[in-house]
Design a protein around this ligand. Structure first.
Ligand SMILES: C[S@@+](CC[C@H](N)C(=O)[O-])C[C@H]1O[C@@H](n2cnc3c(N)ncnc32)[C@H](O)[C@@H]1O
Length: 233
């Protein structure tokens, strides 16, 4: 997609911090040396077979948007070594943390992107991804900021394009208004159906759920979470 074709900025601009406290020397070295070997080059077209991004032929492909400290992503990557993972996170300190974990564990099934996830979504070939994880996206709890939320009509169109038919979009949040918002947007989108089979489904974490750092904070502050799974029809 060219810049002119990209949908309006209002639904996809960045509002978060990209840089926090200075990196430790080791982290700075890892970002300099390891990240370039893992980062996607969006200046080149995506390979026809997106599996070719990996050094082995992955059985499945998952995309995690806004992985934060990367605890969930590294857990899933080690748990599912035959799956290829693409992780996107613009916050430098978070990226440094995950790159450190990748180096420590030797995980070979992760590729990264350190900027806006909408760019990766527009770069990926259609129907190439089995699952998108959007876990505790920035909540924007004030009504006047709701339009900044990552879940939007234009981003659901992006998800619908890159997900394989039968693929899944998994969403977790501790913010009631964001959960309702996502149910409404996905409910109104012809490409998605909610997989909940009974009333308790959305209270039950995803299978093998390790939690995330943001979730632990929400729990400490007394907020419970909802876990929504939508199928790409
Ligand atoms: C509330 S944090 C949650 C982090 C992590 N998923 C967790 O549960 O601990 C949201 C994350 O989304 C990232 N983020 C915000 N906008 C993004 C975008 N457009 N593309 C990719 N990541 C984004 C932020 O940098 C932040 O790390």
């Amino acid at each position: 997609m060219t810049e002119q074709q990209r949908p309006s900025r209002a639904t996809e601009a960045f509002f978060g911090r990209r840089k926090g406290k200075p990196l430790r020397e080791r982290q700075a070295r890892q970002l300099d040396e390891v990240l370039p070997t893992l980062v996607l080059d969006l200046s080149q077209p995506a390979p026809d077979r997106i599996e070719d991004l990996f050094a082995f032929p992955p059985a499945r492909l998952r995309l995690e948007i806004g992985f934060g400290g990367g605890e969930h992503l590294i857990h899933r990557a080690l748990e599912q070594p035959d799956t290829g993972f693409i992780g996107v996170e613009p916050f430098v300190n978070s990226m440094a943390k995950l790159v450190g974990r990748i180096e420590e564990t030797g995980a070979r099934n992760i590729r990264l992107y350190d900027d806006d996830a909408t760019e990766v979504l527009d770069w990926l070939p259609a129907a190439s991804i089995d699952q998108i994880d959007l876990l505790y996206p920035d909540p924007w709890p004030k009504r006047k900021h709701w339009k900044r939320r990552f879940v939007s009509k234009v981003n659901l169109d992006r998800f619908a394009r890159v997900l394989k038919p039968g693929g899944h979009f998994c969403f977790a949040s501790d913010i009631d208004t964001y959960v309702n918002w996502t149910l409404l947007y996905c409910g109104a989108h012809p490409a998605f159906e909610w997989t909940a089979g009974n009333a308790a489904d959305w209270l039950t974490p995803f299978a093998g759920w390790p939690g995330t750092r943001y979730e632990a904070k929400a729990r400490r502050e007394g907020r419970s979470s909802a876990y929504l799974t939508f199928r790409r029809v």
